[in-house]
Design a protein around this ligand. Structure first.
Ligand SMILES: [Zn+2]
Ligand SMILES: [Zn+2]
Length: 262
């Protein structure tokens, strides 16, 4: 990994910028680590322990309530799902929420390494993929944030699995923020937002994103890849929000949970 200006500046400046407390639990840090998060916070996020999965998309649930008699989640039962499987490391709360927030909004890029390790551990080893596709950011958002968090995670996964990262998706237009929209509004908001080139033709693709909320965004991206001829599209995310919440919002079509957007 290339040295950042912070590395070159040395630890006195680092100490000035990062007081030696963990950014998540405020506990003391040893020395001046590149990531100002203590070891126990980095290890804290627990993996998904759910035993209930949608029979079609494999999205995990905390209990069987969101699944119908055929074992399908509401999105699959309604025929909205265009991806073949969805894997996730954990739930978007507690320590994992804190780490993702520091990574994305705190722009703490070195967190890509430990988060990439978690992402890699959530990938079933019996699945074969030809390429890892990062969820693209619109250039305006890229300009503001300075990096695409999904691309950093994808590259980390490439380092661990040897599967190449290929940015096969493009954002066609800028979409309004998803937070505060109902599921139907989210689907309308992102429909047609992505395009994919002929490089997707006949290939088994792993679409990587940080957070799986209602699935509307990844579903729109999967639709574009399938239209471009992809043989298979699976989704891999670090965290998912509580799908029970999303199922309720699907049923009532009321504004769903705020917070997680791309
Ligand atoms: Zn800590
Ligand atoms: Zn499903």
């Amino acid at each position: 990994m290339p040295l950042t200006w912070l590395d070159r500046a040395g630890s006195p400046l680092l100490a000035l910028l990062f007081p030696d407390d963990c950014r998540l639990c405020a506990g003391p840090l040893k020395g001046f680590p590149r990531i100002p998060v203590c070891a126990s916070c980095l290890d804290a996020p627990a993996v998904n322990a759910e035993q209930h999965y949608c029979a079609a998309c494999r999205t995990p649930f905390l209990n069987a309530r969101p699944l119908n008699e055929q074992g399908l989640c509401r999105l699959c039962a309604a025929g909205f799902t265009r991806f073949d499987a969805a894997y996730s490391y954990g739930n978007y709360h507690g320590g994992l929420h804190g780490l993702i927030h520091l990574f994305k909004y705190g722009r703490m890029r070195p967190l890509a390494a430990p988060l990439g390790r978690m992402l890699s551990s959530a990938l079933p080893r019996d699945q074969v993929f030809d390429a890892i596709v990062p969820m693209p950011l619109h250039w305006r958002k890229l300009l503001v944030r300075g990096f695409n968090q999904s691309h950093l995670l994808a590259k980390e996964l490439t380092r661990r699995t040897g599967i190449p990262t290929e940015p096969l998706l493009r954002r066609r237009r800028h979409t309004a923020a998803q937070a505060g929209l109902s599921s139907a509004q989210r689907r309308a908001n992102v429909a047609g937002a992505f395009t994919a080139g002929s490089d997707a033709q006949g290939r088994r693709l792993l679409l990587v994103d940080d957070v799986f909320t209602t699935g509307a965004t990844v579903n729109a991206a999967a639709t574009a890849l399938k239209r471009a001829g992809a043989a298979r599209v699976a989704i891999l995310t670090l965290a998912r929000t509580d799908r029970l919440q999303n199922v309720r919002s699907l049923q009532s079509d009321s504004p769903s949970e705020r917070g997680a957007t791309e």
